[in-house]
Design a protein around this ligand. Structure first.
Ligand code: ATP
Ligand code: MG
Length: 350
């Protein structure tokens, strides 16, 4: 069957790393049951230049009908002061697709261990996934008020919102080490007490997996002291925002981490965790790993193409072990050099 992929290259290094990701996807076709048909659409600053809007109707319509969406990166100094911003386009897209689950896998290749801010023996074996609730909690709760002498926000979770994100975490754990750590502040917060009780209930449907609970303060320490102890972490919006940024520095470069955002039933969105890197855009030196691994994540999570996903991840790792790396990792390879090396590795491995 044919699967429709919408590619939104976006701004800055977006188009450069998207080209790389799409080359890898084309090479992976030989390993997949599905046929992937890619259509590119303007998005972000590029779309503002073209149409005046960061998320043109045609782009949104294509995304809504897609089987999955790949996004490069958006934004840059050129659009910071305009009436329309690229970031608005991304917020609108996420909202329209109802992407409630943000997934960030963090693993550190042996070849990159020396770049981690943590000691090699501590970072060794780190391979975790953070599952963050993205559309509720204190970022959206009402009422909220900002006064001169007093201000408040509301943290609110409804049970079905907790159920669906915890389920997502267990589903991901089932294809991994089958261990879920639910992070909350249940010794203090009412929302966390409901969160914890709900996680316990959901866990009953996944008897092959284990569930443990950690307070967010303790989890923040453990991410630094023993990152390898985690498999899947699931948590609410605010805690997830903080913990996923904390986890993103473990590999020593932003250029190596992918992410996925899921809705219930609709298309998922896959993108690098970093921004558009305007400082290096157009130079052909961006690290494409975050995009390449986003393609692998898409193949695994949207299409259950585990063999193809694994082939991409293994090829990427082999290339790194050979010492072929872009500048952010201390190497001299260009975006194209690195991509070519991964393609050769994939062909060789077939
Ligand atoms: P945003 O505001 O969109 O989140 P940012 O301000 O956090 O972006 P990034 O665009 O993520 O910044 O870039 C942060 C730094 O990391 C920059 O110096 C950039 O060059 C570098 N960087 C980010 N992604 C990559 C990549 N794929 N390859 C090489 N360097 C990168
Ligand atoms: Mg930033």
């Amino acid at each position: 069957m044919t699967k429709r992929i919408v590619a939104l290259a976006g701004d800055g290094i977006g188009p450069e790393i998207m080209a790389s990701g799409l080359d890898i996807l084309a090479a992976a076709q030989e390993l997949t049951k599905e046929i992937f048909e890619v259509v590119e659409h303007p998005f972000g600053g590029a779309a503002i230049d073209l149409t005046g809007k960061p998320l043109p109707e045609t782009t949104l319509a294509a995304c809504e009908e897609a089987d999955a969406i790949l996004l490069g990166a958006i934004g840059g100094p050129k659009w910071e002061k305009g009436p329309e911003t690229p970031e608005r386009g991304l917020l609108d897209l996420r909202k329209s697709l109802n992407l409630f689950a943000n997934i960030r896998p963090v693993s550190v290749s042996e070849a990159l261990r020396h770049l981690s801010p943590l000691k090699p023996e501590i970072i060794e074996g780190t391979d975790l996934v953070i599952v963050r609730e993205l559309t509720s909690g204190i970022y959206f709760g009402e009422p909220r008020e900002l006064g001169l002498e007093e201000a408040f926000d509301t943290n609110r979770y409804r049970k079905p919102e907790i159920v669906r994100i915890v389920k997502k975490a267990f589903e991901i754990a089932q294809s991994r080490d089958k261990r879920v750590t639910s992070v909350d502040k249940a010794n203090v917060l009412a929302t966390s007490k409901l969160w914890r009780a709900t996680a316990e209930e959901v866990a009953k449907d996944y008897p092959d997996c284990t569930l443990e609970h950690q307070y967010v303060d303790s989890a923040a320490m453990k991410l630094i002291q023993a990152p390898a102890s985690f498999d899947v972490i699931v948590t609410e919006n605010l805690f997830g925002d903080i913990l996923s940024d904390e986890a993103s520095v473990l590999p020593g470069s932003l250029g190596v981490l992918p992410s996925a955002s899921h809705s219930s039933g609709g298309p998922s969105l896959y993108e690098p965790i970093h921004g558009s890197a305007p400082d290096i855009a157009g130079k052909g030196i961006a690290n494409p790993i975050s995009m390449i691994l986003s393609v692998a994540l898409m193949l695994r999570q949207s299409f259950q193409e585990n063999a193809a996903a694994q082939a991409i991840e293994t090829a990427c790792d082999t290339v790194l072990k050979k010492g072929i790396m872009t500048g952010d990792l201390g190497g001299t390879a260009s975006t194209a050099d690195f991509t070519q090396a991964v393609l050769s590795e994939m062909k060789g491995a077939n």
